[in-house]
Design a protein around this ligand. Structure first.
Ligand code: TRP
Length: 456
């Protein structure tokens, strides 16, 4: 492949926005609140933030430097930087993880489309919180509605992917990121002003360490990698489109900060509202879908037009945020098939979209047709989520840090971090220490702890 012909992102801002677009999505607004709810609140958030800083940041910088250096898809990157070694298997695991996540993630992204329609047709008006729960349960167990939305969502992802890197990915991220941020801030204000919201704020701010079990560590670590799009070569693939002038460390800090901020703000929308209307925080994947309609209804009691506008805007932005994330997962696999098997981007994209549709349908049926099928008590959807977020992503992240810390030539690492010596890198030593020892030891410790071989 000719290096000069490879596409790049158009501007510095585009680089940050596209990476943040990948990172910010359902992971922040849907998955983070429900994991926080399941794992007891404030203590989980503290552990989560520690995971972002201690593991997320070093791994993100490594993915960036590997990707930009290799200028190839994730499997190709390991081929180039470690030819003739088994490292490319790590790339392949990334491609597989991407495919699995894309499939079940699109199911939830499809739900956001249903909620756009509900908001637009003003169906939230006048419903009680119990009714929101019943109608959500009826919706996800319906045999065809969620599937149609899932297919539509994957189709939208597909269309943007075939348009290519700069036009498709960068432009959509530039428009939606700032919009989403503004509306999230407004909703936080609305939510904390609801009657009885204090209990929710307390849940988010007062850590109760007696609730911290081994599972909490694994959940927080998995959530950190999931939310930052790490561990399967997603940001590595994006970095292969970065130009030589991008400051990798700075970009990683910006993306990490934006992502964490959005997640915590999402918590401040969901929990004050949930406590205010009496929804238990440990509802799992349905939490935001049964809580948010209440926020829109109750926050503007005297002004139904505001409820309407906020609801519509929020679900539209959430759908777009999910789209910039599904695009990034799809791109990992598209770039892989396109470059390694010499398929055209269009053909590669078709295969992936078709495959994700089939797996997505399987996941979507988890609450309906196949609800009786469970493994270790998890339905198909939960199983996909568990295997990817709690096993594959941490393993992928472990491999990335070992690769960058132990295998990669130190000159390459230094050159990429300092843009061939033109930037200062004050954290260099700390960064290498984190990659070589801190990240691998922490990940292994969390796994061992979860298996119950020893406990913290
Ligand atoms: N980070 C995205 C979110 O929070 C989801 C996502 C995109 C992702 N690309 C990924 C998760 C790669 C894991 C790996 O919604």
């Amino acid at each position: 492949m000719n290096k000069a012909k490879r596409a790049t992102f158009g501007s510095k801002m585009g680089v940050v926005l596209a990476s943040a677009g990948s990172a910010v999505g359902l992971g922040n607004i849907w998955r983070f609140p429900y994991e926080t709810g399941n794992n007891g609140g404030a203590a989980f958030i503290l552990i989560y933030v520690a995971c972002v800083i201690a593991m997320g940041m070093p791994v993100m910088i490594s993915e960036f430097l590997i990707g930009r250096r290799a200028r190839a898809n994730v499997a190709g990157a390991y081929h180039r930087l470690a030819a003739g070694t088994p490292w490319h298997w790590v790339g392949l695991m990334g491609v597989l993880a991407c495919f699995l996540i894309l499939s079940y993630y699109s199911v939830v992204a499809g739900w956001t489309l249903e909620y756009i329609v509900e908001a637009v047709t003003n169906r939230f008006a006048g419903q009680t919180s119990a009714e929101f729960i019943t109608s959500f349960d009826a919706f996800i167990s319906n045999p065809w509605r969620p599937i149609i939305w899932l297919l539509l969502f994957l189709l939208a992802t597909h269309l943007i992917i075939v348009k290519g890197v700069e036009k498709g990915i960068e432009r959509s991220a530039k428009i939606m990121m700032p919009g989403l941020f503004v509306i999230i801030l407004l909703l936080v204000v609305c939510s904390v002003m609801l009657p009885g919201a204090e209990a929710g704020v307390e849940f988010l701010l007062k850590p109760d360490f007696s609730k911290v079990t081994s599972g909490v560590f694994l959940s927080a670590m998995g959530q950190a990698f999931f939310s930052l799009s790490l561990g399967m070569g997603c940001l590595m693939t994006y970095a292969s489109y970065f130009n030589k002038r991008v400051n990798l460390t700075k970009t990683a800090f910006s993306v990490g900060t934006i992502d964490t901020l959005v997640a915590i703000l999402a918590g401040f929308i969901i929990f004050p509202a949930a406590f205010s209307v009496g929804i238990q925080p440990d509802q799992g994947p349905k939490l935001i879908f049964i809580t948010l309609p209440n926020v829109f209804q109750q926050a503007f009691v005297g002004a139904p037009i505001l409820s309407y506008v906020f609801a519509v805007l929020f679900y539209v932005l959430l759908a777009v945020a999910s789209l910039t994330s599904t695009i990034s997962m799809h791109e990992v696999i598209t770039a892989y098939l396109h470059e390694e098997f010499k398929l055209t981007r269009r053909k590669a994209a078709r295969i992936i979209t078709g495959g994700a549709m089939v797996l997505g349908i399987l996941c979507s049926l988890s609450w309906g047709l196949t609800s009786g099928f469970t493994v270790f008590g998890m339905n198909t959807f939960d199983l996909f989520d568990y295997v990817t977020a709690k096993i594959m992503l941490p393993m992928g992240a472990l491999c990335v840090s070992v690769f960058a810390g132990w295998h990669l030539d130190r000159h390459i690492v230094r050159d990429e971090l300092t843009n061939e010596g033109t930037l200062k890198h004050s954290f260099y030593r700390l960064f290498i220490f984190a990659l070589k020892y801190l990240v691998p030891i922490l990940i292994v410790a969390v796994f061992v702890n979860e298996l119950g071989l020893f406990s913290f």
